[in-house]
Ligand binder design. Structure first.
Ligand SMILES: Nc1ncnc2c1ncn2[C@@H]1O[C@H](COP(=O)(O)OP(=O)(O)OP(=O)(O)O)[C@@H](O)[C@H]1O
Ligand SMILES: [Mg+2]
Length: 312
């Protein structure tokens, strides 16, 4: 039987507390309401809390059961939520023995995630630029980055996106055996290393136009997205667009702003009640913003579908 290919969206942020888990949970909720079979995976292993945000206070199983070989497959750690199409692999665990995954364990998880069959798989990642986080971006051609409008958060998101992009360049160089050409390019122009992707592409294109074009095409296939969360009235309204422009200019990669999500104190209330915010407060500006982000992430033809059961 033919297996459907899941769309995998890693969701990260440079700084703690920007709203990655809130955004992941809300997006999963909306995709499920759209009728998509959606799986959320909490890979913030040291500080897992996505289960609380999606209203599963005590998940009976977690990803650590798979990592510690208590079950044979990742699929066995999936738990249901109150929405029929929404599933969760919790990162919650009783001990911290897998908070820092060894390389082989991480590869095993990544291979298993890639084999799962859902319409959408969203990965809630930990904060920062550690390899533990960045490696999870390697599973997909896309990545969603969540920042707040605060300069500290923006600084960190820039660093994270830069790290993820360089790691992707390394991955492409390895996969297509561009390494020899990259070394040649570096000898020709020592600045043309992977710390300057634009220049690297340019020099490689000069040395070998065919391979240069292939590399450009490969790198151009990555679609990065940015969501600005916790936007307050006093914040400038075009910060998200500006961040994307700066990233496109400095890193020569495609970065799309998918929306601004308004700050709302009721997010706190929903989390305290251990219930999805969109279930409790569907008619708020924040809910509207989240729906807009979801629409902007879906392919154009699908954005016309009504979101059943959710206020529009
Ligand atoms: N749009 C919002 N409006 C108001 N408060 C919000 C909003 N988004 C998130 N928050 C608040 O920010 C806190 C952190 O959110 P969340 O846990 O989703 O962040 P995170 O980036 O996943 O954090 P961590 O790095 O610790 O995993 C939440 O407790 C919530 O109260
Ligand atoms: Mg989180």
């Amino acid at each position: 039987m033919e297996r459907s290919v899941s769309q995998i969206w890693p969701i990260g942020g440079g700084k703690g507390g920007t709203g990655k888990s809130f955004f992941t949970g809300s997006l999963g909720f909306l995709l499920a309401k759209h009728g998509y079979k959606t799986l959320l995976i909490d890979v913030d292993l040291g500080a897992a809390n996505l289960h609380t945000i999606v209203g599963v206070p005590n998940p009976p199983k977690s990803i650590s059961d798979f990592i510690n070989k208590r079950v044979g497959t990742l699929e066995e750690t999936v738990v249901t939520t109150s929405l029929p199409n929404l599933f969760l692999i919790s990162g919650a665990m009783n001990n911290l023995d897998v908070a820092n995954l060894a390389h082989e364990q991480k590869m095993k998880v990544l291979r298993s995630v890639a084999r799962l069959s859902y319409d959408y798989i969203l990965l809630d990642l930990g904060a920062g630029t550690s390899f533990n986080t960045i490696d999870f971006f390697m599973i997909s051609k896309t990545g969603i980055f969540v920042t707040t409008p605060e300069p500290t958060s923006i600084e960190n998101i820039y660093r994270l996106i830069r790290s993820v992009y360089f790691r992707k360049i390394h991955q492409v160089l390895k996969t297509y055996d561009f390494r020899a050409l990259a070394d040649k390019a570096e000898r020709r122009n020592p600045r043309a290393t992977v710390s300057n992707p634009d220049l690297l592409l340019h020099v490689m294109g000069e040395l070998d136009p065919e391979k240069g074009a292939l590399l450009k095409q490969e790198l151009g296939s990555f679609h990065f997205k940015l969501a600005l969360n916790q936007q307050r009235k006093q914040d400038s309204q075009n910060i998200g667009v500006l961040i994307c422009k700066i990233i496109e200019k400095h890193l020569a990669l495609r970065m799309r702003h998918i929306g601004d999500v308004t700050f709302d104190d009721r997010v706190h209330n929903a989390i305290c009640k251990r219930m999805p915010f969109l279930d409790l407060y569907p008619y708020t500006q924040t809910a509207l913003d989240l729906r807009e982000c979801c629409r902007n992430l879906l392919p154009a033809k699908e954005t016309r579908l009504p979101l059943q059961g959710v206020a529009d």
